[in-house]
Write a protein that binds this ligand. Structure first.
Ligand code: SIN
Length: 304
């Protein structure tokens, strides 16, 4: 018998496996496939103050071992999320959920976080300062320590639940940004969001994606994500959620050894909608294979 339970800011999860925002809708869509209560938690679709149609299509480009997306934060807006999406979710998911929030100004982030902080199902607020697909806001707040700290402070001032800041890998020094967020009061750090990439269609000789560039994710980015999780976990004392290219129980263990307390699964959900279920079911066997009795014993274990 192994222990897969982990604790994030006082919230105990049955296991560390969490579908990443943007790859799992508002949850109930996947509840038609399996009982999503087996998940540790999940991070719902990035939500903004106003409804957003998102970017023009095509928004997706396939790549070897990954994909590029430029969705552009399509979502129904925070009011509808609270009045329509969360009640549907409540019928099929009975654990604290992670609310992923984006914005285009400090005030907008604070407004949306304050609203979602009051939703009883929300356990953690994940503040996305790393969306590469919008021309202002999003990632622009996550590429400087000062801007990331300003968002963190503004959100913390109007919320009571744990605030995790989701960081961009499209920076030269992610550690300084993570530390600035921690100093500004963040309760945890989620990393990484997607890496900026592009594809060109040889027939049209133009970019595949209408917005030209987008965020690259999938198993190809796993080593980059693992490296950044390792660096950030070494520098901060708050919990880290590791994200980026995770698609197996082995990847979960690697992320935890690098310092993650919980691990999000992103693009792999779009390839195999059952992947989180498979990882959760596989985890005890893989733990036994590597003589791990309790996941808590390996968090940060790769640090010398
Ligand atoms: C998007 O909606 O464009 C993706 C969200 C993100 O990468 O943060």
């Amino acid at each position: 018998m192994v222990n897969t339970k982990v604790t994030l800011s006082g919230i105990t999860l049955d296991n560390p496996v969490i579908p990443a925002s943007g790859t799992f809708g508002y949850g109930y869509e996947f509840a038609e496939l399996y009982d999503i209560n087996i998940l540790g938690s999940f991070s719902f679709k990035g939500t903004t103050k106003e409804p957003r149609f998102g970017n023009p299509t095509p928004r997706i480009a396939e790549c070897p071992s990954g994909m590029i997306n430029s969705v552009g934060l399509q979502n129904p807006g925070v009011e509808k999320v609270i009045t329509e999406e969360l009640p549907k979710l409540a019928k099929c998911f009975h654990k604290p959920v992670i609310a992923n929030i984006s914005g285009f100004s400090v005030e907008e982030y604070a407004y949306t976080c304050e609203k979602l902080d009051k939703a009883p199902q929300v356990g953690i607020l994940e503040v996305n300062v790393s969306c590469p697909n919008v021309h202002h806001g999003g990632m622009s707040f996550g590429t400087s320590p000062e801007a990331a700290a300003e968002i963190t402070k503004a959100v913390k001032a109007v919320t009571s639940k744990p605030v995790y800041i989701k960081l961009s890998p499209n920076v030269t020094d992610i550690v300084s940004i993570a530390k600035a967020c921690e100093d500004a009061g963040a309760d945890g750090i989620s990393l990484i969001n997607t890496l900026m990439g592009m594809r060109i269609d040889l027939k049209t000789k133009k970019p595949v994606i209408a917005n030209k560039m987008g965020g690259f994710s999938g198993s190809a980015i796993f080593p980059v994500a693992l490296r950044m999780v390792y660096q950030v976990a070494e520098a901060v004392t708050v919990p880290v959620m590791g994200i980026g290219g995770v698609s197996s129980a082995e990847d979960v263990l690697e992320m935890m050894l690098a310092g993650a307390t919980a691990v999000q699964v992103g693009a792999a959900n779009l390839v195999d909608p059952f992947i989180c279920k498979k990882i959760i079911e596989d985890l005890p066997r893989v733990m036994e294979k590597y003589h791990i009795k309790d996941l808590n014993d390996i968090i940060g274990g790769a640090h010398i």
